[in-house]
Design a binder for this molecule. Structure first.
Ligand code: UDP
Length: 456
């Protein structure tokens, strides 16, 4: 093979955990690196690469293996088995990819890896490369998990209120679920805590947040690791508009029903629609799905509801038909376009970090009904720290009831609305844009990273 002439300042391999919520921010970050003159290769697992639809723009895609090429995570015996096999096979195949790129004349300088895959740092260091970890969760959540890892927050919790340095006081139920429900999902707990297993060896720590959003905790964490805030990682068209026609993330694991959604939204009055989605991963209890469906119906607002194909059997019988006048149910939508639509009034979300940052950056008030991991803490921040929405609380059975959803949606959407929430939503929208705009805090961090890579 003829050697490619080196025309780029530096070359990064970017390695996301193979799920939509991790690929989106890391792909978007990659585009910013390319904009600053770096070359980026996105390494995805063989299994995921088969289902990715769309276009990665200036980013080259290469595959590695998680050891489950036929079925990915679903093929594994357990979460622990998946992570262990991914560590072993992933290390080998990532190393081979780096060697292959070296012999093709465009050697890799740096591995930017998802914090869920800390073994990638060992691969980078063994090959003499720069290592940068990318946290796809908030800095607040990372700080709590860091304290658990360090044994500074002992589990199970013994007090109903917890004080974590760098953070506001937290009730147990505001903590990430794997912390306050200690023992609930041991495999995931280990993965979350292991994010910090080799943090002292890493050269750069990136977090998908922005400085003003989490100022105090960013300052605190920056004292213990080389932390930089680089978010929010939304396509540029929704923020600073500096990256050409960068209108969407680019790679979808599910096909969005774009035309139908946008036409339906176009036909609705300004601020009249609740958009409801529980993200790419969550599997709702059938009882919870029913409560969400009837909660939307009872709100009396128009609603656009995303229910993935694999979840649709949990909807109440004839729900779609019976509510067709008010609602539209689709299997996947172009979420950013939806959130940016003038007809949107409120986002009912599980509080995944991408969804939270997207709504915040687009100024959409939220009702957050968190399910697990980081979502309860995101809900706490949305309601009490940033004041851009309400948390819909679950009952003793862990189910958020239709009346609670109706009440929260009504408060956010009602004609008297919650003025403060709307004002705050506008304030954070502007601050998010400032962070990525030229000279903003996140823009400067990305500049600094690429400049240092190029100089070394
Ligand atoms: N998303 C989308 N269409 C949908 C629902 C979600 O494009 O119908 C995207 C959304 O914009 C976000 C991601 O999927 O970027 C979900 O990530 P998040 O962290 O919110 O939740 P997760 O799926 O990881 O639980």
């Amino acid at each position: 093979m003829e050697k490619e002439k080196r025309t780029h300042k530096s070359h990064c391999i970017v390695l996301p955990y193979p799920s939509q919520g991790h690929i989106n921010p890391m792909l978007q970050f990659s585009k910013r690196l390319v904009h600053n003159g770096a070359k980026v290769t996105l390494a995805v697992t063989c299994f995921i690469s088969k289902s990715l639809l769309g276009d990665s723009g200036p980013i080259t895609i290469e595959t590695i293996s998680d050891g489950y090429d036929e079925g990915g995570f679903a093929q594994a015996e357990s979460g622990a088995a998946y992570m262990e096999r991914f560590r072993v096979v992933g290390s080998e195949t990532l190393g081979s990819l780096i060697e292959k790129l070296k012999s093709s004349g465009c050697p890799v300088d740096c591995v930017v890896y998802d914090a869920f895959l800390p073994w990638a740092l060992d691969v980078a260091k063994k090959l003499g490369l720069v290592g940068a970890v990318f946290f796809t969760q908030s800095c607040t959540v990372n700080n709590i998990h860091y304290h658990v890892h360090q044994g500074m927050l002992t589990l199970p919790l013994s007090e109903p209120e917890v004080v974590v340095p760098g953070l506001f006081p937290l009730q147990a139920c505001d903590l990430p679920s794997l912390v306050y429900l200690y023992g609930s999902y041991p495999d995931f707990f280990n993965m979350i805590v292991n994010q910090f297993s080799n943090i002292e060896k890493v050269d750069w720590v990136f977090c998908n947040t922005f400085y003003k959003l989490e100022e105090k905790v960013v300052d605190w964490m920056a004292k213990i690791c080389p932390l930089r805030t680089i978010g929010p990682t939304l396509p540029s068209a929704y923020l600073d508009k500096r990256l050409g026609d960068d209108k969407d993330y680019g790679l979808n694991m599910l096909m969005p029903v774009t035309g139908v959604c946008m036409e339906w939204l176009d036909s609705k009055p300004n601020g009249s629609v609740v958009y409801a989605s529980y993200g790419s991963f969550a599997k709702l209890e059938p009882e919870q799905m029913e409560e969400v469906a009837w909660g939307l119906r009872r709100s009396n607002a128009y609603f656009l509801m995303v229910v993935r194909e694999s979840e649709q059997a949990k909807l109440p019988q004839n729900f779609k038909e019976e509510t067709a006048e008010k609602g539209l149910v689709v299997s996947w939508c172009p979420q950013l376009e939806v959130l940016a639509h003038r007809a949107l009034g409120c986002f009912l979300t599980h509080g995944g970090w991408n969804s939270t940052l997207e709504a915040l950056s687009l100024g959409v008030p939220m009702v957050v009904a968190p399910l697990w991991i980081d979502q309860p803490t995101n809900a706490k921040c949305v309601e009490d720290v940033w004041g851009i929405g309400l948390r819909a609380r679950a009952d003793d059975k862990g189910i958020v009831r239709r009346e609670v959803l109706e009440d929260c949606i009504g408060k956010v959407m009602g004609s008297d609305g919650l003025k403060e929430i709307k004002n705050n939503a506008l304030k954070w929208k502007n601050l998010a844009r400032e962070a990525v705009d030229e000279g903003g805090s996140s823009d400067k961090c990305i500049d600094e990273f690429v400049a240092k890579l190029t100089a070394s």
